[in-house]
Design a protein around this ligand. Sequence first.
Ligand code: NAG
Ligand code: NAG
Ligand code: NAG
Length: 485
Amino acid sequence: MNSILLSWSQKVPNTALILLISVARMCYSNHFCTHSSAAFCPFSLTTYFGTKTRYEDVNPYLLEDPLRVNRDQELLSDSCTPLQMIAVIRHGTRYPTKKQIKKLKEIHSVIKEKAKGNTELVTDLKTWEMWYTDLMDGQLVAKGEEDMKNLAVRLASMYPSLYTQEKFKNGQLKFITSSKHRCVNSTTAFIDGLVQNYFGHQKSQVDGLTDMDCAQYVINDELMRFFDHCPRFMTYIEENDTAMHQVDAFKEGPEMMRVLEKIASALHVPVSDINADLIQVAFFTCSFELAIKNENSPWCSLFEEEDGKVLEYLNDLKQYWKRGYGYNINSRSSCGLFHYIIKKLDQAVSESNSSQPISSPVILQFGHAETLQPLLALMGLFKDEEQLDAKNFARQTHRKFRSGRIVPYAANLLFVLYRCDAASTPEETYRIQLLLNEKLLPFPHSEKTVSSYQELKEQYNTILQSCYFKDECELPVIETSIHEL
Ligand SMILES: *[C@@H]1O[C@H](CO)[C@@H](O)[C@H](O)[C@H]1NC(C)=O
Ligand SMILES: *[C@@H]1O[C@H](CO)[C@@H](O)[C@H](O)[C@H]1NC(C)=O
Ligand SMILES: *[C@@H]1O[C@H](CO)[C@@H](O)[C@H](O)[C@H]1NC(C)=O
């Protein structure tokens, strides 16, 4: 490392050198960049991994202390009483899917069979051991369990009056999950985190505490995987070969071509042997090795920061057209989930207003990036003025819609309802805050980080009045089908 710095020092200006040294230090202190061929520390790439971003790269203070709570923001807790928290949580860090593993094998073979030259990069990639197996297919990894346990402890310490041991023991903390393995495992890991927090033991070691009492969860795919249950979405988007045409066009566009040519030349393989999908999986492998094993893998050395930006945009384009603002049905398919959340908030308001105990003070819902992204779009969050498309990569440099910021692993959207008895008007008695990834999220209509509950409902009145899952998701009856029968 030192010799690299010395030889570069003759060429690069001082400020750049200082930056380089500080990046190198930062990496050393975290035990990264130990890989000898890494010209670039993966830190320059970590914020471009899109939906494969580590939660710690959104909240870097967690790298030092995974249980630290962000207290540099104004939660209402001091002046008001939290009544209820409803959370929509993405599962923790996971393995690549079967499909990704297949593509990884493909590019690895291309490199093993065709790459020439004796560079360290080529040698390292040729000798890299393929350790992913089909059985791993998208499952939660051990790090993913940690993500959930730590999140549980942090949320419990942010809102101690909601997450009391008594409420937990009485089964008042409700858990709802998608049926996917990684979500169910995330739910049980989250519960384990709470148990350890309350009792300092594993669940199995706490007397009289079994899954039967407090730690039950309900599987509900209609709520947490609404996209699979929405025929209009399935037909118009999921099963439609042309719905992702902006994504496909970007894969063939000039930005992506430059990345392909650069990588082909570094590997000494014909550019016709690789394509955008294979390069994307190589980039994801860099992210997986970092997220799963905390390693700076040789796959990372294929990319420079500029390439990372292009691959991030490719990932964001897909999220935008498949889960975000690209098509209306993407967000409309989440109406049922939104209605459910408001129904539960209404119930808590009404219970509090008639001096009854809150029946569900905490509702924790475990799903996917594909659950959160449409819901955020339905609520009008992270909406850019201009749409994301294949041609405006450069103009979208400062876009709001960055999946890596919004839905990293373990992403969480919190609705926190408060009762404020000192309120000046009755409408101000019930207030709500939104937090995304433990940071206060300004409401799109006011840019403020708190809203009266009434104002929130007025703001979303159209959705509450007109957006019904069944109507939105129904396919129109096709007349010709009658004749075909
Ligand atoms: C997830 O759950 C399954 C089934 O209960 C279990 O076999 C597997 O080890 C779990 N994985 C993790 C990472 O907890
Ligand atoms: C597929 O998507 C394209 C582009 O949005 C659209 O024009 C077309 O109607 C869709 N086809 C179906 C069958 O939904
Ligand atoms: C609370 O109850 C009072 C009296 O029953 C009623 O007038 C008021 O509208 C209720 N407020 C809310 C927010 O439900």
